[in-house]
Design a protein around this ligand. Structure first.
Ligand SMILES: [Zn+2]
Length: 135
């Protein structure tokens, strides 16, 4: 089934842009091929997914995914762990600073996140490295 483009549902900035990956007068979304940043597999950003992303989630119309769904899931798990550590840090910094294995694991998680092409908290890395060296 053809997935019709409804530009009136795009975000304002999308509507002002030149129409993203499709021709100005295109009527339907077409599958877009891309490569996963992490595992380099070939992926397809389907017409259905584009309609969802641009018209419902209001993604900018030039946006396409950077990762395959498997890698995105793995990344989400890592981000959740990073978030947990961050909360722990915020609530009890001194205990975290005494816990070398925990800090090392957190550092590992942050570095892993970077390997997925996601920016991470550089000042946190600096801080962890410093704290680990001091234990
Ligand atoms: Zn992947």
């Amino acid at each position: 089934m053809d997935i019709k483009i409804d530009k009136s549902k795009w975000s304002i900035s999308s509507q002002r842009s030149s129409g993203g990956h499709h021709d100005e007068d295109a009527q339907y979304y077409e599958n877009i091929a891309y490569r996963c940043y992490k595992c380099s597999c070939s992926c397809v950003f389907t017409a259905e997914e584009q309609k969802e992303a641009y018209e419902v989630t209001q993604k900018f119309v030039w946006w396409i995914p950077t990762r395959c769904s498997k890698c995105q899931e793995d990344l989400n798990t890592l981000l959740a762990r990073d978030h947990e550590y961050q909360e722990l840090w915020n609530s009890d910094k001194e205990s975290v600073k005494q816990d070398e294995p925990l800090m090392k694991d957190w550092l590992h998680v942050i570095k892993d996140i970077e390997s997925y092409g996601k920016k991470s908290n550089q000042s946190m890395i600096t801080c962890l490295v410093k704290c680990i060296n001091e234990t």
